[in-house]
Design a protein around this ligand. Structure first.
Ligand code: SF4
Length: 333
C-alpha cells in the first residue's frame, strides 16, 4: 500500500508498506557492530541527511519515499520464539541504515510494537536517532531502564547546520529535550557527534557550545567521527549543499585517494593530520565539561581509536545473563 503524506516538518513523502521476505534478524558484518543483530524498521529515511551513506545503497528507495516493514513486530516475535532457534539473542541494535523515530505515525507505531516485542522478552536494545522520541516510548523504556541504551545524534548546536545537513531531522532543541526526558526516566543516554564537518563544526567555540549543552543535561560520554566520503555521498553533497559549503568540504578530501574502509570499496577519509588536530581539540576541551569522548575505530582505521561496542553481547548458546550480569553496549557504530 502507498500513502502520500506530509511529515512533521511539512515535507511531502510517500510511505510504501513492504512485506519483508528475508529474515528480520540479521547480523552486521562491519566494524564495531560485527556480529551484532541489527534491525531496521524502514528502508529509506525521511530525514534525508546529505551525508547519509544508506541513501547510496542500490536498493535504497528514491528521494521522498520510505518503505515500511509493516509486519516487523510479528516477524520479530516469530523468529525470537521459534522452537528451531538454538541460540539466545539478548541484545539488538536498531537503525544501522534508517531511523526508528521518523515522524510518520505508521513508522512510529511499528517501531513501538517491535520494541515492545523485545522488552516483553527481556531482550535489550540500543538505537541511534536524530528524530523526536514521543513520550509513550519514554514511558515504555522507563519500565525497563536496564534494557535500553539511547544514542542521540547531535553534531552541532547550529540551526543552520541542521537545516543544511540534516534538513528533515529533529531540531537541536528537540534532540536536547530527548536527552532531558530520557535522563529523567532513568534511561542511559550517549551522544554521537558524527559526522564532524571540518571548518563547520570542529572549531573551539562550536565544540564548547555543544559540550556545554550536553554537560548541562548530564551527558558524560560522546563518540566522535569525522565525515567520510563515498561516491554516492559526494553526489548528494554536490546536489544538496550550497556551492560554497560543498567546495570547502570537497577541498578537505581532494588530496585523498579512494580506498577500502570497512565494507566500502571506495571511501575517502579526511587527511590524518587534519583529523588528528580536530580530535585533539575535542579531547582537550572535554576535560572542562566532565565528558569522556571516544573516537570510533570504524571510520578511523589509521588512528589509535576505540572499539566502540565494547562488551556488547550478540548471540550465545548459553542462557541469557541476568540483569546484574548484563553487559551493555557502548557506542555500536
Ligand atoms: S537519520 Fe540516519 S538513516 Fe536517516 S537520513 Fe540521516 S543518516 Fe540516514
Amino acid at each position: 500500500m502507498s500513502k502520500s503524506v506530509k511529515n512533521r516538518y511539512g515535507s511531502a513523502m510517500r510511505l510504501i508498506e513492504l512485506e519483508r521476505k528475508s529474515r528480520v534478524l540479521t547480523k552486521a558484518q562491519f566494524g564495531c557492530l560485527r556480529d551484532a543483530y541489527t534491525v531496521n524498521v524502514t528502508r529509506g529515511c525521511e530525514f534525508m541527511c546529505v551525508y547519509c551513506y544508506a541513501r547510496g545503497y542500490p536498493e535504497a528507495p528514491g528521494p521522498d519515499e520510505v518503505q515500511l516493514y509493516f509486519s516487523l513486530p510479528e516477524r520479530l516475535a516469530a523468529e525470537l520464539d521459534s522452537p528451531r532457534r538454538r541460540s539466545v539473542i539478548d541484545w539488538i541494535v536498531f537503525n544501522t541504515a534508517s531511523d526508528s523515530f521518523q515522524t510518520h505515525p505508521d513508522i512510529l507505531e511499528t517501531t513501538y510494537r517491535a520494541m515492545r516485542v523485545l522488552l516483553e522478552r527481556e531482550i535489550g536494545f540500543s538505537f541511534l536517532t536524530k528524530g523526536w522520541i514521543p513520550n509513550r516510548f519514554i514511558e515504555l523504556f522507563s519500565d525497563h531502564p536496564d534494557l535500553v541504551i539511547s544514542r542521540i545524534g547531535l553534531v552541532s548546536m547550529s540551526d543552520r547546520y541542521r537545516d543544511l545537513f540534516e534538513p528533515q531531522a529533529a531540531t537541536v532543541i528537540e534532540r536536547l529535550q530527548n536527552i532531558e526526558r530520557l535522563k529523567a526516566a532513568g534511561i542511559g543516554v550517549e551522544v554521537r557527534i558524527d559526522p564532524i564537518i571540518p571548518f563547520w563544526t570542529d572549531d573551539e567555540a562550536s565544540i564548547k557550545e555543544l559540550y556545554g549543552a550536553l554537560a548541562a543535561r548530564g551527558v558524560s560520554m560522546v563518540s566522535l567521527s569525522y565525515l567520510h566520503l563515498r561516491p554516492a555521498i559526494l553526489g548528494q553533497l554536490q546536489k544538496e549543499l550550497p556551492p560554497k559549503e560543498y567546495k570547502v568540504i570537497l577541498s578537505c578530501f581532494q588530496s585523498q585517494p579512494w580506498t577500502v574502509i570497512g565494507t566500502s570499496a571506495r571511501s575517502k577519509l579526511i587527511p590524518l593530520p587534519l583529523r588528528e588536530k580536530g580530535y585533539e581539540r575535542f579531547l582537550n576541551l572535554s576535560e572542562g565539561f566532565g565528558i569522556k569522548p571516544l573516537i570510533c575505530s570504524c571510520k578511523n582505521p589509521d588512528l589509535h581509536a576505540h572499539w566502540c561496542s565494547v562488551g556488547m553481547r550478540t548471540e550465545t548458546t548459553r542462557k541469557p545473563l541476568g540483569k546484574k550480569e548484563r553487559q551493555l553496549t557502548l557506542f555500536p557504530c
